[in-house]
Design a protein around this ligand. Structure first.
Ligand SMILES: Nc1nc2c(c(=O)[nH]1)N[C@H]1C(S)=C(S)[C@@H](COP(=O)(O)O)O[C@H]1N2
Ligand SMILES: [Mo]
Length: 323
């Protein structure tokens, strides 16, 4: 009995979903269960009773009723550990491992999202109202950072168009702007001038309405970890990662092209469009190749990150000028 039985118990519980995440979790549940076994002995409680609640707690907040999306890639999913410990989120530090640590206690409830600008009715939506607007889907997308690394993530969310349709933009709405929370206390990175705060991003209306553009609130079957943008972010898989604003508190519809944070910071390096494009180098490095986290050899970067279905959005545009 003892440990071997405990290991079996943890494995059984998540055998329905063998993903990199569950393998990682099983290690943690095992370690926790080992600790709990000691506690059970001391208190005289049965092992089953003691372990069961801890399983739930460690499994995080699972999202129910997730449908699989036909828009998913079949490429190998990047391990959960990498996707949650190699982050760009300057509000929580500029090094990749800082957000996991510094965003630990970030409060994602209560959370409101302001809907402003060119809409029939300006309003403030509660995050839990937004999450109920459409059924959650798992979208396994490639995600390419402008810095040259990439990951494959099973995001959970629904098309951004589902929200846009429901808030009735006026005919003047040509762009959508997304703003991240401004909170120097909770976001220690905002105490430094590394970027202009709050972080702002934007999309052209037809880009935002494209079925691939995702309003995202989860990954690996669970609510988003704070370092990945909880409680709400966007994911635009054919664009460089910096377009995917995290911790969104305001969605504003505009007539004019909104400014975006990285464009303000370094306009000659980061444009508004930021479509993944192996033929347009960053002024300081080539964009022709990328390194998938966990792999050694670089792979070629694909036009639009391989999402050719968006090409028609840019027909007639010079993508060297509109980088
Ligand atoms: N608010 C905010 N959103 C952000 C960033 C940021 O610093 N702040 N970094 C961007 C960049 S450069 C990338 S590559 C992605 C990274 O998302 P991930 O950490 O979930 O992989 O988030 C984007 N969204
Ligand atoms: Mo990035």
């Amino acid at each position: 009995m003892g440990f071997s039985m405990l290991i079996k118990k943890s494995a059984d519980i998540r055998s329905s979903e063998i993903t990199p995440k569950s393998i990682y979790l099983n290690r943690r549940t095992f370690l926790a269960a080992a600790g709990m076994a000691g506690a059970a002995g001391l208190l005289g409680a049965s092992l089953r009773e003691t372990i069961a609640p801890s399983m739930t707690a460690l499994a995080g907040n699972k999202i129910d009723g997730i449908k699989k999306s036909p828009l998913s890639t079949t490429e190998t999913i990047t391990p959960y550990k990498d996707v949650t410990h190699y982050n760009n989120y300057y509000e929580f530090g500029t090094s990749k491992d800082e957000p996991a640590e510094l965003a630990k206690n970030f409060r994602t409830r209560p959370w409101k999202v302001k809907i402003e600008g060119q809409v029939e009715k300006k309003q403030e939506l509660d995050i839990d109202t937004i999450l109920k607007m459409a059924p959650p889907e798992e979208r396994i997308y490639r995600h390419r950072c402008v810095e040259g690394w990439s990951i494959v993530v099973p995001w959970v969310g629904f098309s951004l168009s589902e929200l846009i349709k429901r808030v009735n933009p006026t005919s003047k709405a040509k762009f959508v702007e997304f703003t991240t929370l401004l909170d120097k206390q909770q976001m220690p990175g905002q105490q430094r001038d590394v970027l202009e705060w709050p972080y702002v991003e934007g999309l052209r209306m037809d880009e935002a309405m494209h079925p691939l553009a995702l309003l995202c609130f989860g990954m690996y079957g669970e609510e988003l970890p704070n370092q990945d943008g909880a409680p709400l972010r966007i994911v635009v898989p054919w664009k460089y990662g910096f377009k995917c604003a995290k911790a969104i508190v305001r969605i504003r519809f505009t007539e004019k092209q909104p400014m975006n944070t990285w464009n303000i910071s370094a306009p000659q390096e980061y444009g508004f469009y930021a479509n993944v494009n192996p033929n347009v180098d960053h002024p300081r490095w080539s964009q022709a190749k990328e390194r998938r986290l966990g792999e050694f050899t670089k792979r070629p970067t694909l036009m639009f990150n391989g999402y050719d279905q968006v090409a028609s959005l840019y027909s007639g545009m010079d993508l060297k000028k509109n980088f």
